[in-house]
Structures are given as structure tokens and as C-alpha cells.
Ligand binder design. Structure first.
Ligand code: XMP
Length: 328
């Protein structure tokens, strides 16, 4: 891919020219394709003067934090630090059931934690004789740019966790957005050229508030355990069935209702998992995915057998609109 090859070289030169010989750069990564591609470009341009931060908010998927450490840190060689803030996030989410409140708490806490860490990195840089932090990296894509200019609908809140204006002002940072002229398919092509694995390049999108908005009602450590485990099995079976790339986004949602079941000769009274899978090109409209019945059957029996606290599985057959993709 000639165009993308020349994009890489040009972009690396452009970043070097902007950052200069001494400055340092900080950026949050999530394990998703956008922030990873941006981070790899930055690493190629300025090496360890780029400091990547992964905030563990306690509502990432099963093993996800370890996986990001392995992929970005060990395999891609990015100077990465992981901040375990799960107790802070889960503490603030305690007793909260309103979806918008959950989003706000997670968004604001993310900024606080990231800001504190950025100040720490800045001090360390200065003390070690490296240049201070002067820039903030963001993996903003072209559609995000357009959306934030022209659209003040629900998406304005969707992107609210990206609002790091205070951080920029407080530390006098300038923004670097190497992907701001690219579409998603171009970022994926770029990712492949940069040596990022297919698994990461083709990963389904995952929302900033994580599984907290897929646990309806209160987010407790035990609800997190159930939602994580069910989602893990669901995605594993989708991959085994060779359907992952056909589906645009899939996840398990944990419903805060109990229903009666029977296990052996015992009556059970446990929670419900709702499975969601959609096909879409732009995520503004979406159709529910038509699974082969045999795949749903396997997923259902595995989740009920393996995840303690679940005795019923339902499949979400709603399109967007009028439903949204997420449940909260
Ligand atoms: P909805 O549920 O609005 O979702 O149909 C459309 C797409 O946006 C994702 N989404 C989010 N992404 N932070 C994000 O980064 C959020 O708060 C958020 N809410 C929804 C959703 O997963 C889907 O891909």
C-alpha cells in the first residue's frame, strides 16, 4: 500500500519536527486500534520520549489489561505504564444506577487519574534530565473531528470522556493528532503496515465506560465478574465459529433481573445475560446479526454452565434505530 507507506514516513517526520529534540509526549492508550496506531507512530518518531498510559478503570474486559501490557509494552515496545485505578472507579460507582451518571463518573475519574499520572511523568522527566512533557497524543479520527464540529446530538456525550481540555490548559500541552485526516479503514491498513496484529487491528469497538454500561443497574465487583466471564465466553465462541469479522460489534449485557430456573432438582433464582451482536458500517444505524441457531445454542449452554449467577440467556433482536447498540 504505497499511499499508506508514504503517510507513515511523512507523519513520522512531521511529528519529529513538531516535538523537536528534547520534548516529551504523553498519551492515553486503551488497547483499541486508534490509540495503538497513534502510539506506534509516536514511538517510531521519538522512541521512549513518548509515554503511554493505560488507566485500568476496573471495568475493562477479562484479562484485557494484561493483554494490552503484553501487546503494546512487550511486543510493540512502547514505553507504557499501567495505572491500576480500579478501586477508585468502583468506589465511585458504588450505589449508582443511572446510566448517564455512570458515564460521567467514569469520564471524570479517567481525566483525574490521567492528569495525576501525567504530572508524575512530567516530574520524572524533569528529574532525569529528559525534556518536560509538552504534548498530548490523541488518536482522533476524521469522523470524530467532523462529529465534534457539526453534531451536538447524543454523540456529544458519547465522546465526553475524551474531553481533556483542562489537562491541556493546566499543563500547557499542545495536542498531536496524527490520525485526524484518516477514516477507520485507513487506520486499520496503517496498523497492519506498522506490524500490529490482525487481532488488534480488527478488534470490535469498545466504549470508554467499558462494561459498566453493560451491567445494567449497580456496578459491583460481583456483577463485573459475571459480565466479564459471560462476555469472554461469548466472544471466544464467536471467534471459534469464524464469525468475528462478519459481526461489527458483539457483547454480553448483564440484566439486573432474576428469573426462576432449575438445575438438577434444585430451583434457581438468578440473573439474565442478554447477548448483542450487530452489523453496521457507521454505527449510526445497525442491524442485529443472524446467528446460526447451533452457535447460539453452544454459547447459551456454556454461559449457563460456566458462569455462576446466570440461569437464562436472551438474544437481542432490536435494530438501531430505535434501539441503540449499547444498553445504557
Ligand atoms: P450506541 O449505543 O449509541 O453506540 O448505538 C454507538 C457506538 O458507540 C459506542 N459507544 C461509546 N464509545 N464511549 C465510547 O468510546 C462511550 O461512552 C460510548 N457509548 C457508546 C458503542 O459501543 C457503539 O460502538
Amino acid at each position: 500500500n504505497w499511499t499508506m507507506d508514504s503517510f507513515i514516513d511523512k507523519e513520522i517526520e512531521r511529528i519529529r519536527a513538531i516535538v523537536g529534540e528534547t520534548g516529551s509526549v504523553v498519551g492515553a492508550v486503551s488497547g483499541g486500534v486508534d490509540s495503538t496506531v497513534a502510539a506506534v507512530l509516536m514511538k517510531r518518531a521519538i522512541g521512549d520520549r513518548f509515554h503511554a498510559v493505560l488507566v485500568d478503570n476496573g471495568v475493562m474486559r477479562l484479562n484485557e489489561c494484561e493483554q494490552v501490557k503484553e501487546t503494546l509494552g512487550s511486543q510493540l515496545g512502547i514505553n507504557l505504564r499501567v495505572v491500576d485505578a480500579s478501586d477508585i472507579f468502583l468506589g465511585k460507582l458504588k450505589g449508582v444506577t443511572d446510566p448517564e451518571k455512570k458515564r460521567k463518573i467514569i469520564g471524570n475519574t479517567f481525566i483525574e487519574v490521567f492528569e495525576t499520572e501525567s504530572h508524575k511523568i512530567d516530574e520524572e522527566c524533569k528529574n532525569s534530565g529528559a525534556g518536560k512533557i509538552e504534548f498530548l497524543l490523541q488518536g482522533t479520527l476524521y469522523p470524530d473531528v467532523i462529529e465534534s464540529i457539526s453534531f451536538k446530538g447524543p454523540s456529544a456525550t458519547i465522546k465526553s470522556h475524551h474531553n481533556v481540555g483542562g489537562l491541556l490548559e493546566d499543563m500547557r500541552l499542545n495536542l498531536i493528532e496524527p490520525l485526524r485526516e484518516l477514516f477507520k479503514d485507513e487506520v486499520r491498513a496503517l496498523g497492519t503496515l506498522l506490524g500490529i496484529s490482525d487481532e488488534l487491528v480488527w478488534r470490535h469497538p469498545f466504549p470508554g465506560p467499558g462494561i459498566a454500561i453493560r451491567i445494567l443497574g449497580e456496578v459491583t465487583p460481583d456483577q463485573v465478574r459475571i459480565a466479564r466471564h459471560a462476555d469472554y465466553i461469548y466472544i471466544e465462541e464467536i471467534k471459534k465459529a469464524g464469525l468475528y469479522r462478519k459481526i461489527s460489534q458483539a457483547f454480553a449485557a448483564l440484566l439486573p433481573v432474576r428469573s426462576v430456573g432449575v438445575m438438577g432438582d434444585m430451583r434457581t433464582y438468578e440473573q439474565v445475560i442478554a447477548l448483542r451482536a450487530v452489523e453496521t458500517t457507521d454505527f449510526m444505524t445497525a442491524d442485529w446479526f443472524e446467528f446460526p441457531a447451533s452457535v447460539l445454542k453452544r454459547i447459551s449452554s456454556r454461559i449457563i454452565n460456566e458462569v455462576e449467577g446466570v440461569n437464562r440467556i436472551v438474544y437481542d433482536v432490536s435494530s438501531k434505530p430505535p434501539s441503540t447498540i449499547e444498553w445504557e
